[in-house]
Design a protein around this ligand. Sequence first.
Ligand SMILES: [Zn+2]
Length: 310
Amino acid sequence: MCDAKRLANVRNSDVLPAPGADPRADGTQGRPLAATLRRRGFLQATSATATGLALAALPSVAPAQVDVGSASTLRKLIPAGQLEEAAAQQYRQMLQQAAAKNALAPDNHPQLQALRSIAQRLIPYALPWNERAKSWRWEVNLIASKQINAFCMPGGKIAFYTGILDDLKLSTDEAAMIMGHEMAHALREHARERVAKTQATSIGISIGAQLLGLGDLGHIAANLGGQLLTLKFSRDDETEADLVGLELAARAAYAPQASVTLWQKMTKASGGGGMGFLSTHPTGPDRIESLEANVPKVLKLYEQARRKAG
Ligand SMILES: [Zn+2]
């Protein structure tokens, strides 16, 4: 189906679920989340505040279906609490800057509400991946920017740019795949690992010495500048985030096949190079093949979740 045509035929009320509604029940699957921001503008941006998401009860979760091994031990060189604190500060600054430019979506913005309802569904399944996540104060915000970008900082601070929703004309399921992928980076503490590697190298302390407790990188977490917003992860971390994200989304009843269509769209969009997400997320046949190979592993979870959602 032609996406542009599909988008043009959709009205606001069709695109986004009403707050609190179950998107599965009202047939929003496959509908574009991309939308109406330019028309609506950000007139109410000054009243926008970041809102913490209430946590649903932790469901009992079967062992992981995707195989990603255990998280890197290197990450332990950086105290998680300090990194999360630094991330929260950077996130807050970013929101303030966006608000000053009238580019922070207000709480009642339909696209933001849709993103927050995706997060509400994913978070209960995210918690078993990382003990710390139970005490995270998850936040989701939407920033008006043409840039194709989205991220989840350590501690569960999530941001989407309107460019990624609108340019890629994302369906709800595809947006859920991105959010799952980004949550997975935070849950698997890829930023912590990356910062540990970078800092250990830059100050000339061998990683071996650090692991033996012969150095202290703790204070560095507090002096990261804007680094956490622009981290580029390794190929292995990316694969891990793809697979963990795929599983999170399947458990929350988002169609696994959307992971494939999402990266097909990314591949198309990255044709002319790209900023933000496209520059930190190389797309190509490998990535899509790996997802295609893993979709069958989570299909059962997805079907069970769908049945449960009724
Ligand atoms: Zn990634």
